[in-house]
Design a binder for this molecule. Structure first.
Ligand code: DLZ
Length: 167
């Protein structure tokens, strides 16, 4: 389903796992900060709302979406005990091919980190054609991609824990 048909903050119809003993890192890009700030706010509020302890949420910043992969890797490789890492960014299509290179790089990088660390690294990155599309998905009429990323993190941690105790 295209995101234009879905509200990113609507989780009706499924259960959201309790986050009370979960530890989550968030890496947020400074580029398009008016959008990434709102995504971060959405993600953090959703984690708190689902009982993640504030002291178990660690936030670091990087310059742009291109740097999100290394930011996430840095959190994961230092054995801080994160159950998941959320990366937050916003890439807006411009006149050059920069958009494609950044989107390809972060998508590939995040996918590889999921496999390398066997930990959920959640893709909270908006890849949009214009500022209005970003605003719509950063707390606007299509919800907040940060909420969706936070709930996805809780679901993936719960999935891994469920498998660890046996199916
Ligand atoms: C350079 C650049 C451009 C043109 N656009 C964006 C963008 O829309 N969103 C974003 O998060 N970052 C952008 N960047 C910055 C790159 O991600 C990166 O920080 C720089 O290329 C330096 O490596």
């Amino acid at each position: 389903m295209a995101s234009s048909l879905k509200n990113l903050s609507d989780f009706s119809g499924f259960e959201i796992p309790d986050g009370k003993d979960m530890k989550i890192g968030i890496v947020v890009a400074q580029w398009n900060q008016e959008i990434t700030g709102k995504l971060l706010e959405g993600a953090k509020n959703s984690l708190l709302k689902n009982n993640v302890n504030e002291k178990n949420i660690k936030i670091i910043t990087v310059p742009g979406t291109f740097e999100l992969t290394l930011g996430a890797q840095t959190l994961l490789e230092n054995n801080f005990g994160f159950d998941a890492v959320i990366v937050i960014g916003c890439v807006i299509q411009g006149d050059t091919r920069h958009f494609d290179f950044i989107c390809d790089s972060v998508t590939q990088g995040v996918t590889e980190l999921n496999i390398k660390f066997s930990k959920p690294v959640i893709f909270g990155v908006l890849t949009v054609n214009n500022l209005q599309q970003a605003l719509d998905r950063a707390g606007g009429n299509l919800g907040n991609k940060g909420d969706e990323a936070a709930v996805t993190a809780l679901q993936m941690i719960a999935m891994q824990r469920h498998c660890q105790v046996g199916l």
